[in-house]
Design a protein around this ligand. Structure first.
Ligand code: BMA
Length: 903
């Protein structure tokens, strides 16, 4: 393909442009930046006495111990009242929980110092969802949005001992069903419950501000949770408290940073003067700037803007472009002795532009420019890390984000059907240099945007979360929603409603435009410190067409989704920024063992189907369609799992390399999806337990800064060399054609220089040119970039589907030996060996690379880390290859479970 070189810079949204005026910023509400003490309390829970569910679940109204933050499902599990919601096919039997009202109770004391202060506030960081809160028997607040921070002043309402907080959570289904059922025409929702707890034609999920995936998604279970899902804080103060701290970058380059520290202080009854101290410490902890000033404070909210300059700033860069330096900014009032008088944030200095240059022929680009440098975004979409968010630890977040960075990703998209991630997520992303595309929490379908109260609720939620998160340099985009615009315009959501009721349809669409075109755009402009806003993914920011290959970002699901085209169709789709595309695979058998017994492990078994959410359990048919296209029918369940991973890895690799080879026309490739919400089948590359699927190993190669794209379709291979690095690369390209026994049929080699941050098309070869009459089923073309004689990057191209190749079993030889504090696994291939998978059955071991091919005669030595002794590891080692899988084993009976387990 010819690269279209576009002039950068015609339309740009500048980081510094927005939120200039203090007046706008003066509208800010209290934020979460100030430190407050978590409430120390004894929590209990019960089914609300009198609830209808008591009839079928007697005794559930007895008080049991609860954990906060938490959820009713995890509390019931811990109390031994329900089985593990992830094991077997548990969902149907647990839907009653979402139909019940639950009561939580906290008993707590207050220390004398806090009690002595005239002002106090209880802050709830997450109430899920319809909550009625009482303190010491008196009403305190009512909440209706799980994504918001809820605050209540408790001045004079606390006592030293025996305070009691009582929270009743109403079933969201029962609360909303009457109003949804009364609608003459429904708006589109996702996904109907298969369990009968909610009518399929009256879904409530889109009417409530609660994580959409709790109602079930095509990769996760339906658990309609309730509970105190984030921390509760009690704060107290005398005359003043800090209610917000933010730092706006007004100008930034290598020489200087002009910043303004924006401090919001709430002053109680009387006006007064107070000393404000701002300290800025550099990444090494050295103070590089300080402001000390006496300020006059009027009763109520005071918004201060304090300019400061840093010379030779150490800028924050995405991984691969520079360091991830962060500064600490601390604000104190007076001595800062109480938590309310001190606040501190870690910031990164960077600019963000969303570059949307117009082409001559009507196209319009979409690319991120960080600190003036265009960044090709490589990464994946992130879904919630658990059905019960409170049990996601920082360690789990780190594990999966580290897996992303280790796979050479530089961007993650936080998809809109979940929740706004914990601060820890962004802190780790900042540290690792991962850019974050942040959706607002709208997963799909439509919502009552026509209702002003609903929109106001969303605006408050947006403000809370932007304020909580805006100091994180990793966040480079706020996006209105996931797939709502394209669903309305392209999938028939709009058409169906227009046909049924044109007046209501117009009202629904206007509500959409008001919410995503105006309200959220304004909040991001006011609060977002210059981070750009984008109305929907995919879209061209409310342009006529929503999922346009030539304009804006693109979701491409014609591969995997309907019409289920072969993966080579990826090569015919060249978007400006691919924000979703994906293929499923099952996680490794040890993960499946966590929820299914060996007897239950059948492709069409009920427990396996319960953990395959695509097509309501029938997704394995789609998976088999893709496996069969390339590999034939798997002969056992373990082979099905293994082949699903090979298929997924190779398919996504093809797409990702095509996107990269299309730089700069295309400026991003985010596959669907990085992680899992539970152990099950999905599009993820890392499973629920953090195990890498074959795809994550492939991603590390296909997202590497320097990579080879050799993409074969319809008898022709396009050979490109990719260099995302900031320096030119000099080397040689080499193309060899070998037969499977290692005989070299031809070789070409030429010097080449690859400009920084570029894709270079080297050549195109027809099969005839490469094969020159050789047998396509026994030949492989090897495309490489060399530096001297070292292979820097390589990609193998095959000429027929794997099932037609002359692959042979037992061509791989291995030797495992101890070496210092680790082990070495040496692999040697006699003939060509495809799809090597190294597994260790029932042994905890990690191997430095996996899911690769070896050329005839090639040897690779890999580091293995394990605490197991050598003899255990040797017997645990299990190697699988395509040759073994496709050629050697006898065709098994239909009963997959009876086939001997491989891993
Ligand atoms: C996309 C996403 C998700 C979904 C995924 C897989 O459309 O936005 O809603 O889970 O595809 O089908």
């Amino acid at each position: 393909m010819q690269h279209v070189h576009l002039k950068f810079g015609s339309i740009q949204i500048h980081a510094q442009r927005v939120c200039r005026g203090l007046l706008l910023c003066a509208l800010w509400l209290a934020s979460t930046a100030a430190v407050a003490a978590p409430l120390r309390a004894q929590w209990s829970f019960r089914l609300l006495p009198g609830d209808a569910q008591l009839q079928t679940h007697p005794g559930m109204d007895a008080w049991k111990q609860a954990t906060v933050p938490g959820s009713v499902h995890t509390d019931l599990l811990a109390a031994g009242l329900i089985g593990d919601p992830y094991v077997g096919a548990a969902e149907a039997g647990l839907q009653w929980i979402g139909l019940a009202d639950w009561e939580y109770r906290a008993r707590f004391d207050v220390d004398a110092a806090s009690l002595a202060r005239p002002h106090a506030e209880l802050r709830f960081d997450g109430l899920d969802t319809f909550a009625e809160v009482r303190l010491n028997g008196e009403p305190l607040l009512k909440a209706d949005n799980a994504h918001r921070t809820w605050r209540a002043r408790v001045d004079g309402r606390l006592r030293a001992q025996g305070n009691e907080l009582q929270i009743v959570f109403r079933s969201p289904i029962r609360t909303l069903l009457p109003q949804v059922q009364a609608m003459p025409h429904k708006i589109a929702g996702n996904y109907p419950s298969p369990y009968g707890d909610e009518p399929k034609d009256a879904m409530v999920g889109n009417f409530v501000r609660k994580p959409a995936y709790h109602f079930g998604w095509d990769w996760g279970p339906r658990y309609v949770t309730a509970g105190v899902w984030r921390q509760v804080h009690l704060d107290s103060w005398d005359q003043q408290r800090i209610t917000d701290l933010a730092v706006r970058t007004d100008a930034l380059d290598a020489d200087k940073a002009n910043l303004s520290v924006q401090l919001q202080v709430e002053q109680a009854d009387k006006a007064g003067t107070q000393q404000v101290v701002i300290d800025v410490r550099d990444p090494d902890g050295k103070t590089v700037a300080q402001i000390k000033r006496d300020v006059a404070l009027a009763p109520g909210e005071n918004n201060l803007s304090l300019p400061l300059q840093i010379d030779k700033p150490r800028r924050w860069w995405p991984v691969g472009y520079g360091a991830q330096d962060r500064y600490t900014v601390q604000a104190r009032l007076g001595e800062g002795k109480q938590s309310a008088l001190e606040s501190s944030i870690r910031i990164g200095l960077r600019t963000v532009q969303l570059q949307r240059e117009e082409d001559k022929d009507g196209g319009q680009g979409f690319g991120f420019v960080i600190n003036g440098v265009p960044v090709f975004a490589k990464g994946a979409n992130v879904i919630p890390f658990d059905a019960f968010p409170a049990r996601v630890t920082r360690e789990r977040l780190r594990r999966d984000l580290q897996a992303a960075r280790d796979a050479n990703m530089n961007m993650l998209r936080n998809w809109g059907g979940g929740y706004y991630e914990d601060d820890a997520f962004f802190d780790i992303a900042d540290e690792l240099g991962l850019l974050v595309w942040q959706d607002f929490m709208f997963g799909g379908g439509m919502q009552p945007g026509y209702a002003p109260a609903f929109r106001a609720n969303v605006v408050a939620e947006a403000r809370d979360n932007i304020r909580r998160l805006r100091h994180h340099p990793s966040i480079v985009l706020w996006c209105g929603n996931n797939e709502e615009e394209t669903a309305w315009k392209d999938w028939g959501h709009g058409k169906t409603l227009k046909e049924a009721d044109p007046v209501f349809a117009a009202k629904v669409w206007q509500g959409y435009v008001d919410l995503f075109g105006k309200d959220l755009r304004s909040v991001v402009a006011e609060e977002g410190l210059g981070v750009p806003y984008w109305a929907s993914s995919p879209s061209n920011d409310l342009d006529t067409k929503a999922n346009d290959s030539r304009r804006g970002d693109k979701h491409y699901w014609e591969v995997w989704g309907n019409p289920a085209l072969p993966p080579t169709a990826y090569l015919k789709e060249t978007p400006r920024f691919m924000s979703e595309y994906g293929l499923q695979a099952w996680p490794q058998l040890s993960t499946i063992n966590a929820f299914a017994t060996p007897e239950e492990q059948r492709v069409d078994g009920p427990v396996i189907e319960a953990h395959q959410k695509f097509l309501a359990g029938k997704g394995n048919e789609r998976l088999l369609h893709y496996i069969e296209m390339e590999f034939g029918t798997p002969r056992s369940f373990p082979d099905f799992v293994y082949l699903s991973q090979m298929m997924q890895a190779e398919g996504i690799e093809l797409a990702a390399l095509h996107h990269r080879a299309s730089r700069p026309y295309t400026m991003g490739s985010l596959y669907w999806q990085l992680n899992d919400v539970w152990p099950g089948a999905s599009w993820s590359s890392v499973d629920y337990y953090g195990n890498w699927k074959a795809l994550n190993f492939h991603a590390r190669r296909f997202f590497a800064d320097v990579a080879v794209a050799a993409l074969r379709d319809e008898g022709s291979t396009r050979f490109s060399l990719l260099n995302d690095g900031r320096a030119e690369v000099q080397g040689q390209w080499r193309v060899r054609v070998l037969d499977f026994d290692g005989r070299e049929l031809q070789q070409q080699r030429r010097p080449i220089s690859l400009p920084a941050m570029s894709a270079t098309e080297v050549a195109r070869f027809s099969d005839a040119e490469l094969l020159q009459g050789a047998d396509p089923s026994r030949s492989v073309a090897v495309f490489e970039l060399l530096r001297g004689d070292a292979v820097v990057a390589q990609r193998l191209v095959y000429f027929v589907a794997a099932k037609q190749q002359a692959l042979q079993p037992a061509q791989l030889h291995s030797e495992l030996r101890a070496e210092g504090d680790h082990y070495l696994l040496q692999l040697r291939a006699d003939r060509l060996v495809r799809g090597i998978w190294i597994g260790f059955t029932n042994a905890d071991a990690s191997v430095e690379d996996n899911a690769f091919d070896l050329l005839p005669g090639q040897t690779r030595t890999l580091v293995v880390r394990s605490t197991a002794p050598l003899s255990t590891l040797r017997s645990a080692l299990h190697l699988q290859t395509l040759g073994d899988t496709l050629q050697s084993r006898p065709v098994a009976s239909q009963d997959n479970a009876s086939v001997e387990r491989i891993h």
